[in-house]
Structure formats: structure tokens, C-alpha cells
Design a protein around this ligand. Structure first.
Ligand code: CUA
Length: 372
């Protein structure tokens, strides 16, 4: 493919375009070849990861959907790409033909080519063909939008409410009594049993956008409004997504993980999340410091007096893979750095430096590490 395009560009640069009146040579062959090769190699290097990954844990590949609505979107986008490629070939081909066929030749000085005005056939063709094309694209797109948006949740669908915050995702399972953050756990759908997840999207502050490319299209998350979408993944694994609407300073650190479990594993995860928080006697000192500071104004730890809702629920904090919505891995060392001063890790985030002493810091971190 690459060499084909290179040959195509090379062919036209040999012609050495000249605009007769100005005697102006636009391209030299060698320059054109070098530039074209450089652009193509650079494009291939950037595009390669998008086409090479095939596992959900690899680089997110928008051309490899693994969920029902994403599959439907892929089909309509391939149709659009095919039609646009056809138009490009026709227009590009006619342009190339004209440039070659009617190029300047010696002896062309001093007279104009024949001037033609008005052609009913031509005008009819370039009015009707685009209208028909746009109409076909409109119908195909409208049908897919309708199919995706009108899906009715089956009785055993999983219902999840996702709330966008600056800059993290609150994830609530109202029917299961689970609250977590930044990691959406859902069951997988198999050929024998569909188990879709229906999401209600809300925002606590500004406009965000929920996007996990391999699972579904983007849906905006808008304050004072409830948007809905659904996913039906057909392969287990971790799918990476991101906030797709600029929402402030740390918009880029508002990552989202969707962990798709085989049915048995999902039940296990649910059961673990429904447990009350671990009460480790060795972490009690830290718990008392935690309860005595402003931490509890923003964070909830289930069944305790910590009932804040500005920040992520910490009941099972250590079951999550990352801190700060994908900013750093959730390890003891990073957790300590985060609690000491979150601003060094995620500048501008709403969690302040609590000015803890080293002792308080150690105790609080020991308590948080016990929240498995
Ligand atoms: Cu939230 Cu960008």
C-alpha cells in the first residue's frame, strides 16, 4: 500500500508542473520523493499502534470494537469511509487526468483554450449525485443511531450511574449497593446470555464526556442533565477509556477503566465490594487520625462516620488499580506521596495538602492500605 502511494506521488512529481504564464516550476522530482517518503513513514509509524493491538488490554484500537454498540458504529463508519474513498478516487482521478492531459506544451503561448459556458448535463450531475450520496449517508447513520438509542434494557441488565467530577469518575451500582471510583466493573455477554450494562451519566460540576472506544461511542456528561448509554462487551479484560471533553486543568488525568469479568468473576467482585470495610486492629490508630481530620468531609468509608461525597469512596480503596483517576499506580509508596501532597502528583486537583505530620501520615496510610 505504502509503495503504491509513493509510486503515485513520484509519478506526478516527474511531470514537473509548470504554470505557463509565470514560467514557475513547482516541484522537483527528488524533493517531492523525499518529502513524500518522510510523510508516509511518519504517518505509518504513528498509525501502526492503532492497527496492531488486538487485545483489550493493549493500545485502544477504535477499529476493533468488542461490544455491541461499538460494532454497529464501526459498520456505519466503514460505509462512510468507503463512500468517501470512492468520491476521493473519482475527484482525484479526474483532477490528475486533467493536469496531465491539458498540461502546458511548447507552442501554447499566445492563445487561450476554448471557453465553454453552461452545460445542463454537468450541472444536473453535480447537483443530483451529491444529494443522493448525502441522503444514503444520512439514512445509514440515522438507522444506527436509532438502533443504539432505542435499545430497551432487559430485565437482568446491570444498572450503573456514572458521575463525572473534576477530575475523576464516581461509579454507583444502585441495585447492588456498591460505590466505587474510576473503575467500572461489568459482566461479559456471551453468545448464550446477553448481560448488557445500562449507564446513567451525570455530572457534579462541568461538562465531561464518557468514552471507552472499544465499547461504545462518546456520550457527553452534562450538569443538570441525565444522559444514557449502554455497553455489551463480548470479551473479558480491561478496557481503557478517557474523559473526551476538555473539563479543566487535569482533563488528561481523568482516565477510566472498564473491567469486564466472566459471569462467575463478576459475582465474586460484587460480593467483595458489598463487604463492610476491613477493621484491622493494627490500623485503628490511623483510622482515628483519619476520622479526626477533614478527610471525612470529602470521603466515605462504608458503615463509619466518614460520609463525605466530594471525593472518591474509600471503602475498598486498595481493590483499585490506580490513584487520581489513572494518574499513578495504586501502590503503598504512591499512596503515601498522594496523601502527603496530592498537588505534587495531580496539580490543581480538589484534594488539598492536609499538612499532616510524618506520624499522622504513616498512620493514615496504614489505615488506607488496610481498606482492601
Ligand atoms: Cu472530564 Cu475532561
Amino acid at each position: 500500500m505504502l509503495s503504491l502511494v509513493e509510486a503515485f506521488i513520484g509519478f506526478f512529481s516527474i511531470i514537473r508542473f509548470r504554470i505557463s504564464k509565470f514560467g514557475f516550476r513547482i516541484l522537483s522530482r527528488r524533493w517531492a520523493m523525499r518529502t513524500a517518503s518522510f510523510v508516509l513513514i511518519a504517518a505509518a509509524a504513528f498509525a501502526a499502534p492503532a492497527f496492531s493491538a488486538d487485545a483489550p488490554t493493549g493500545v485502544t484500537n477504535i477499529f476493533r470494537p468488542l461490544s455491541t454498540p461499538a460494532q454497529a458504529i464501526r459498520e456505519v463508519s466503514l460505509l462512510v469511509l468507503a463512500i468517501c474513498a470512492g468520491i476521493f478516487l473519482v475527484v482525484g482521478g479526474l483532477l490528475a487526468y486533467t493536469i496531465v492531459r491539458f498540461r502546458w506544451r511548447p507552442g501554447d503561448e499566445g492563445h487561450e483554450p476554448p471557453q465553454i459556458y453552461g452545460s445542463n448535463q454537468l450541472e444536473f450531475a453535480w447537483t443530483v449525485i451529491p444529494i443522493v450520496t448525502v441522503f444514503v449517508l444520512f439514512l445509514a447513520t440515522a438507522r444506527t443511531i436509532y438502533d443504539v438509542q432505542s435499545a430497551i434494557p432487559p430485565a437482568d441488565a446491570l444498572n450503573v450511574t456514572v458521575v463525572g467530577h473534576q477530575w475523576w469518575w464516581e461509579i454507583r451500582y444502585p441495585d447492588l449497593g456498591i460505590v466505587t471510583a474510576n473503575e467500572l466493573h461489568v459482566p461479559m455477554s456471551g453468545p448464550d446470555k446477553a448481560r448488557p450494562t445500562f449507564l446513567k451519566l451525570e455530572s457534579a460540576d462541568v461538562v465531561h464526556s464518557f468514552w471507552v472506544p472499544q465499547l461504545a461511542g462518546k456520550t457527553d456528561v452534562i450538569p443538570n442533565r441525565e444522559n444514557r448509554m449502554w455497553i455489551e462487551p463480548t470479551q473479558s479484560g480491561t478496557y481503557v477509556g478517557n474523559c473526551a471533553e476538555y473539563c479543566g486543568m487535569q482533563h488528561a488525568h481523568m482516565l477510566l477503566r472498564v473491567i469486564v469479568h466472566s459471569p462467575g468473576d463478576f459475582e465474586k467482585w460484587t460480593a467483595a465490594q458489598q463487604q463492610p470495610p476491613v477493621d484491622d486492629p493494627q490500623a485503628r490508630a490511623g483510622r482515628d487520625v483519619f476520622f479526626a481530620t477533614a478527610c471525612i468531609n470529602c470521603h466515605t468509608v462504608g458503615e463509619t462516620k466518614a460520609r463525605g461525597t466530594f471525593g472518591p469512596d474509600l471503602t475498598h480503596l486498595m481493590s483499585r488499580e490506580t490513584l487520581g483517576a489513572g494518574t499513578v499506580p495504586n501502590t503503598a509508596e504512591k499512596l503515601r506521596a498522594w496523601v502527603r501532597d496530592p498537588q505534587t502528583i495531580k496539580e490543581g486537583c480538589n484534594m488539598p495538602n492536609m499538612q499532616l505530620t510524618d506520624d499522622e501520615l504513616n498512620q493514615i496510610v496504614a489505615y488506607l492500605l488496610s481498606l482492601k
